[in-house]
Design a protein around this ligand. Structure first.
Ligand SMILES: [Zn+2]
Length: 498
């Protein structure tokens, strides 16, 4: 079936029914070790895959090939990482239409927003127009239930600036410009996330919510301490009235924070222009932090806003039904960046989650880690040769035997990386919540970077389970996975069981 904006719910159900008769229902696959509860074997899927390939056909493939027992259905996002077909200009996988949805993709809420849950927010009009009046949760949930599959709604903090209300609740940057991202201290934004979570949990008999928010605070954004972003030190956020109020309550001086970030911006710009401070890059950076503790305080403020939203979503969902589960996606930078690691306590996150989906994407991890080293090697650690900086960082992160900088993207990270990061997360949560590593199945990479093979996927899945994970979540979306790799992941799950 072609993706079509005017597709109606009736058309969808009809096509799904045809698919049902054509394929057999398979048994639920679970992994149980020594009589323990079955491990959660999840997979992230966007609505477009069910529309393109038919609900029953997709569920057949997920169960038979991937040994999947839990669907993480992308329900809210404007981003292409979790929704839509393959990223434009990347090779299509061996299923679904071999045609880009670049012009059709919009994003938003793929379920039906019920207005009573959005009374306290300006973000009222978020219905995704991509599939006409189709409600993807209403369509997929009964089919999943019939097979004994669990279903979680994935919701992600990725917006687009033309959505009604976004401008009113947008963050304000260092130079007082409105941005395209939402301020997590804004009451309307907080009301939106809790409203959305409650709406989904009350309107559908789902098993819970997986919340994605990959945004970083101003310190990391200023120095380019992530893997994906460009270094934009003059665009750091947020300095809006709600942040100013929250700062005041915590006794943080706004003017000093502005001054500190302005100096940090100058430091970064000078670094990128190769203008070395007389005391060296690292000393100059550290001096800024010492002289302006407000830099770190303002960064902590961002985290406080983000974590407050997580806590509110968790509380709101538990208020609907105690047995609903809430999970948080823990972004990749948490794995590469020791400074970021220091700002994230697994046990603290675990206190407001039933499970953490910890990103351990090893294949694209090589390219991303190399990018991270390049970024910090352009600013704070500019005096250190890249190869040595990478080796030093490996020690800090407890990585072993990963390739050198020059080969990293082409080699990817090893299954041992998956094993170690899984173990670190399990030790970190101190038994307070479950750990479900996110396994990389065909996440798009650059032309010269490693492309995942079935063997890689098998090894990564095995490593996570061997490290003692409570399950795994195949990531990022079914519409970018090759079937042989999904089968290899499923084989690893079944082998771990045996
Ligand atoms: Zn703000």
């Amino acid at each position: 079936m072609r993706l079509n904006r005017s597709l109606t719910r009736r058309d969808f159900i009809k096509s799904t029914a045809i698919a049902t008769t054509a394929t057999a229902t398979s048994a639920i696959s679970t992994v149980a070790a020594g009589g323990a509860a079955p491990k959660m074997i999840g997979i992230q899927v966007g609505s477009v895959s069910f529309v393109d390939e038919g609900t029953e056909s997709v569920l057949d493939i997920l169960q038979q090939r991937g040994a999947v027992n839990t669907i993480f259905l992308t329900t809210f996002t404007y981003g292409r990482g979790l929704a839509g077909r393959q990223i434009p200009r990347q090779p299509f996988p061996d299923h679904g239409p071999q045609e880009s949805d670049e012009k059709l993709f919009h994003g938003g809420n793929y379920a039906t927003p019920h207005p009573e849950f959005y009374r306290n927010t300006v973000l009222k009009q978020t219905r995704a127009p991509d599939h006409g009046d189709l409600d993807i949760v209403a369509a997929v949930l009964p089919a999943a239930r019939k097979r004994g599959l669990k279903l979680f709604c994935s919701i992600e903090d990725v917006f687009r600036s033309d959505v009604s209300g976004v401008r009113e609740v947008a963050e304000v940057d260092l130079q007082c410009r409105k941005t395209g991202t939402l301020c997590l201290f804004h009451p309307d934004v907080r009301a939106f996330w809790t409203g959305l979570a409650i709406d989904l949990c009350k309107s559908y008999e789902i098993d819970g919510i997986l919340f994605f928010n990959e945004r970083n605070g101003p310190l990391l954004n200023a120095i380019g301490a992530s893997h994906a972003q460009t270094i934009a030190s003059s665009r750091v956020t947020c300095f809006c009235e709600f942040h100013q109020r929250a700062a005041k309550e915590r006794g943080i001086d706004l003017q000093r924070a502005r001054e500190g970030y302005t100096k940090l911006d100058q430091f970064v710009q000078n670094s990128l222009a190769n203008k070395r401070p007389s005391d060296g890059y690292f000393v100059e950076f550290w001096r800024l932090l010492v002289e302006y503790p407000e830099i770190i305080a303002w960064d902590r403020l961002f985290d406080a806003g983000k974590h407050q939203v997580l806590a509110e979503v968790h509380a709101a969902v538990k208020n609907v039904r105690r047995d609903l589960q809430v999970g948080f996606h823990i972004e990749h930078v948490n794995s590469f960046n020791p400074i970021f690691r220091a700002t994230r306590r697994y046990d603290e996150l675990a206190s407001k989650a039933d499970f953490l989906k910890v990103v351990v994407y090893n294949n694209c991890g090589g390219e991303r880690y190399a990018h991270f080293i390049d970024n910090i090697g352009s600013t704070v650690f500019r005096d250190v040769p890249r190869a040595e900086l990478k080796r030093f960082n490996d020690y800090l992160l407890n990585y072993s035997e990963e390739k050198d900088c020059t080969d990293l993207a082409a080699a990817g990270l090893s299954p041992d990386y998956v094993f170690r990061e899984t173990q670190r997360a399990i030790a970190g949560v101190q038994g307070k919540c479950k750990v479900l590593p996110g396994i990389d199945i065909g996440i798009p990479v650059g032309r010269n970077s490693r492309k995942a093979s079935a063997e890689d996927t098998y090894a990564a899945t095995s490593a996570a389970l061997r490290a003692g994970a409570d399950g795994v979540i195949f990531s990022r979306k079914y519409s970018e996975m090759r079937l042989a790799n999904l089968s290899a992941a499923g084989r690893a799950v079944r082998d771990a069981k045996g």
